[in-house]
Design a protein around this ligand. Structure first.
Ligand SMILES: [Zn+2]
Ligand SMILES: [Zn+2]
Length: 434
């Protein structure tokens, strides 16, 4: 991080010390992201020493403005909510950016690509996806990364890592194969018109029963998998090792022995903490007999989350998987059993993690921000492929409107030297402009 930021960070660190068991974010956050942001900005804002000066730290992260140190990791919460994703809260998704340049997406829940796109990262760097399990709130936006990134210029296939299942049809490989079948029309038409390669998805499926086994080992980053207990066989939690640090993304799981054993002394731990049973009765109209199982049998309650964290003692704990209005209850529940460093995550929270320091801020970007251009241009369309369009449909093209754009297209053809590949010449309606 740049000097200006480091200066600012020491302010945040002071706040953490002063507030003892609280992180800077916790000083504020009670009723949602906006409130959280305002209060934490106050907490870290320091003193503005004149009417026309650069303000000290605003407790924000502006995407693309900070280079990571080699041994640093930036984690961004791109989805922290529930399956019924909403505008301020996508479903589960955490982007890990490493100081060596690697980027990995851990879960890709419904709605989360909106937050990822707002980080303005070229799509060619967003190719590695790790799925903890196959509930849609953890991979529902694969379609958006897949086709959206393809359109936005990703030149290469996606890579997906995910667990096997109790049977073949419950595994990640099956899921992705059938995902591509379901989206066959999209694939065929885009492959023909754009270029086929970015539409491929390479799947690495690993044994969901593997305990602390390496499933990825490249470029100084190791990812290991442990089983999770959630709804059925298959779900896993990921342990990420980098620069002498251990970071964990839990996915969905109820309290389990593997997490407690292998999560010990981790630097940074993301684990679900569900809303209280009362919240699900009140806001979801769940029958009370379902609510206390949903929260506390196939997920992890705040109190159970706290017990896990006070046992494994991470440098920093992050809870997620609840909407903003449930956060009060989640925080209070966690504090019954855990008094260590904590973030109750909301979308767009960001953490910079090094051996010395963990700093929590909020991402600030424009609603119109998008993945920007990268250095690599996509290969051109592959020629000689059969068209997915019949003559019957082609003959429906209405010439006058097509010809009305000729002047503009002639200029494009001239600029990029496209005369030899002028598609208009094959059209029965084509009337060259004079
Ligand atoms: Zn789930
Ligand atoms: Zn979930």
């Amino acid at each position: 991080m740049k000097t200006r930021k480091i200066l600012a960070l020491s302010t945040v660190a002071t706040v953490i010390t002063a507030a003892a068991i609280y992180t800077a974010g916790e000083l504020g956050g009670n009723t949602g992201p906006a409130f959280n942001l305002i209060k934490t900005a106050q907490a870290a804002g320091s003193v503005v020493k004149g009417p026309n000066v650069v303000a000290p730290d605003r407790y924000v992260y502006y995407p693309g403005t900070e280079k990571l140190d080699r041994r640093e990791v930036r984690v961004i919460a791109c989805g922290t909510g529930m399956p019924d994703a909403r505008r301020d809260s996508a479903s589960a998704c955490f982007l890990f950016e490493f100081g060596n340049g690697e980027k990995m997406i851990f879960d890709l829940g419904t709605g989360s690509m909106r937050n990822i796109n707002a980080l303005m990262i070229p799509s060619e760097y967003l190719t590695k996806v790790f799925l903890s399990h196959l509930h849609t709130d953890h991979w529902g936006d694969l379609a958006s990364l897949w086709a959206g990134g393809w359109t936005a210029g990703r030149p290469v296939p996606l890579q997906v890592w995910g667990p096997s299942g109790k049977t073949k049809d419950m595994g990640t490989k099956y899921a992705v194969e059938h995902f591509l079948k379901a989206y066959n029309w999209d694939y065929v038409t885009r492959a023909y018109k754009i270029t086929p390669k970015p539409g491929q998805i390479n799947v690495t499926e690993f044994d969901y029963k593997a305990v602390n086994k390496v499933i990825y080992n490249e470029n100084g980053i190791k990812v290991l998998s442990i089983p999770a207990i959630h709804a059925g066989d298959g779900p896993v939690s990921f342990i990420i090792e980098y620069a002498g640090m251990k970071l964990i993304f839990g996915g969905d799981t109820s309290p389990n022995k593997w997490f407690v054993e292998h999560g010990k002394n981790a630097d940074f731990v993301i684990h679900e903490a569900f809303g209280t049973p009362e919240y699900f009765v009140r806001d979801y109209n769940q029958p009370p007999q379902l609510a206390w199982r949903a929260c506390c049998e196939f997920h992890t309650s705040p109190q159970a989350f706290g017990k896990i964290m006070s046992t494994i003692k991470p440098r920093h704990a992050v809870s997620y998987h609840s909407f903003a209005e449930a956060i009060d209850g989640v925080r209070a529940g966690i504090r019954e059993t855990y008094d260590g460093p904590l973030s109750v995550a909301v979308d767009n929270m960001v953490w910079n993690i090094t051996k010395d320091k963990i700093v929590e801020r909020m991402v600030v970007s424009s609603d119109r921000a998008r993945g920007v251009r990268g250095p690599t241009r996509q290969p051109p369309p592959v020629r000689g492929q059969p068209s997915p369009m019949s003559d019957f449909i082609k003959k429906g093209e209405w010439g006058p409107a097509f010809n009305a754009q000729n002047k503009m297209l002639d200029a494009h053809s001239k600029k990029y030297n496209l005369k030899k590949m002028d598609w208009r010449k094959q059209k029965p309606w084509y009337k060259p402009s004079k």
